[in-house]
Write a protein that binds this ligand. Structure first.
Ligand code: 2M8
Length: 459
């Protein structure tokens, strides 16, 4: 493989993965936080930071804490953790849409006033990372345990407010499922999950814009298309018209989708939050509320189960129907946990089938982001087909929690094997293993650190 892609720096032997991964995070580090990638993503991204903190917890606890502290310092008054915190020192014309285009602090009194953020959010991995910071400190010298405890105490209210926001403003129906207003909120931007809702949009008068992302990749087909960008930018304009007001958005916005992946991550993060609540001595009312969110979330996810596809489907509130497409988001029940034996069997069957990790053409048995059996599948285009190490992490971790250590061990071995061949790329071509997108992606390095550090039996 190294010969096939000589321009890439492969991660070398297994024993070299750890220091090389730590090196990626060090190089992408800026003051108290870490860029997702050296040039493509020059600002702080929400769920990237959570994964980064999860990996950093094993190599530099202080940086792990700082990473989340600096993100949470930009939390909105509503509890929303913004999907991007803009870096005022990023080179001009390096990322679009920029702070000016979002204009959130001018438009919304809920936005932080001392910084610039986007007006969206991303999947809530943060409590899972905070718990990892606690786990990696426990049993160490008293001073370190105390520091971790203080960190948990200081951040518990922020995490609680964040989850409450998702359980209320983003779920006025009380369905247990998180509503997203934009594909960017899902983190799986151009996944065919969003095609029907995006296609239904009537694009109006869109202010002109220039994309800067394409200058950072070798081939534009790795990134979302211009047609998709027009739709992303149009949705942004509509959110600005509503001044990012949740109630107004719910009333008028054309893109309102129940995202099963974000909802499942919220369930797993709520499990972490219960543990954090216990450590910091939170009230029983809080714990009962969080446990209620867990139960409601699992029920909502189960209701989205498609018995024919044997996967979970997102639900488009505007169209009043699910999006029938097989993507890794369909494994939501596995991530949410608490499955019946029957449901676990179904999910594993789908995971092992030719629709995903059992596809005979795959370079490695790792699940493509979109099933190769789907018409919308594209092996090089971002979330429409490539294998994402960060998604592998979610499934690996969920398999351990589901009591499937052998499958988890295989997922870990293959993921680390992929990085050993191709380096810490953002995503990989599923049939050839070619590294695609950014070549030094922080969360790829971070999940490798976590996978290497955590015994498959105890994640
Ligand atoms: C990608 O999303 C951003 C927009 O938020 C982009 O394409 O410019 C996604 O992969 C997202 O999940 C990720 O958080 C972000 C930074 O890595 O990049």
């Amino acid at each position: 493989m190294e010969e096939q892609f000589p321009e890439r720096q492969a991660a070398g032997g297994l024993d070299r993965v750890n220091p090389l991964a730590a090196g990626v995070l060090r190089r992408n580090g800026i003051k108290s936080w870490t860029k997702p990638a050296p040039t493509l993503y020059p600002h702080q991204w929400s769920w990237d930071s959570a994964f980064i903190a999860l990996g950093l917890a094993h190599v530099d606890n202080r940086r792990a804490r700082d990473e989340l502290e600096s993100l949470f310092a930009n939390q909105w008054a509503t509890g929303k953790v913004p999907h991007i915190v803009f870096n005022p020192e990023a080179p001009p014309k390096s990322y679009f849409p920029d702070a000016e285009r979002w204009n959130s602090s001018a438009l919304s009194a809920d936005a932080p006033s001392g910084s610039h953020t986007s007006g969206l959010c991303q999947p809530p991995v943060h409590a899972i990372a905070v718990r990892r910071i606690w786990e990696t400190s426990r049993g160490k010298e008293e001073e370190r345990v105390e520091r971790a405890r203080r960190f948990l105490k200081a951040n518990y209210p922020r995490l609680f407010a964040w989850h409450r926001y998702l359980a209320t403003a983003r779920d006025p129906e009380g369905s247990g499922l998180v509503t997203i207003y934009h594909p960017w909120e899902s983190g799986t931007d151009n996944s065919p999950r969003w095609d029907p809702a995006l296609e239904a949009l009537q694009i109006g008068d869109l202010p002109p814009y220039t994309r800067y992302d394409l200058q950072h990749v070798t081939d534009p087909s790795h990134r979302p298309s211009d047609e998709e960008y027009d739709r992303y930018l149009w949705l942004l304009e509509l959110l600005k018209r509503e001044r990012y007001d949740e109630a107004e958005i719910y009333e008028a916005h054309p893109f309102l989708v129940k995202d099963v992946l974000s909802s499942a991550i919220l369930v797993a993060a709520n499990e972490a939050l219960v543990e954090i609540a216990r450590v910091v001595g939170a009230s029983e009312e809080d714990v009962a509320l969080i446990e209620g969110w867990i139960g409601r979330g699992r029920k909502g996810i189960e209701e989205q189960w498609d018995p024919h596809l044997k996967l979970c489907l997102d639900y488009d509130l505007r169209a009043g129907e699910p999006a029938r497409v097989r993507t890794i988001a369909g494994f939501a029940p596995l991530i949410a946990g608490g499955l019946t034996d029957e449901r676990l069997k179904d999910v594993l069957k789908t995971l092992d089938s030719p629709a995903f990790a059992g596809n005979p053409k795959l370079h490695r048995p790792l699940p493509p982001s979109t099933s190769p059996e789907e018409e919308a599948f594209h092996p090089r285009s971002y979330w429409r087909g490539p294998v994402w190490p960060v998604a592998n992490w979610l499934l690996w971790w969920s398999l351990i929690r589901a009591g499937e250590p052998a499958r988890a061990a295989q997922m870990r071995r293959e993921t680390i094997g992929q990085l050993t061949e191709g380096g810490f790329a953002e995503y990989f071509e599923p049939f050839t293993g070619e590294p695609l997108g950014s070549h030094e992606q922080s969360w790829t390095a971070a999940v490798a650190l976590d996978m290497l550090a955590v015994e498959s039996r105890s994640a």
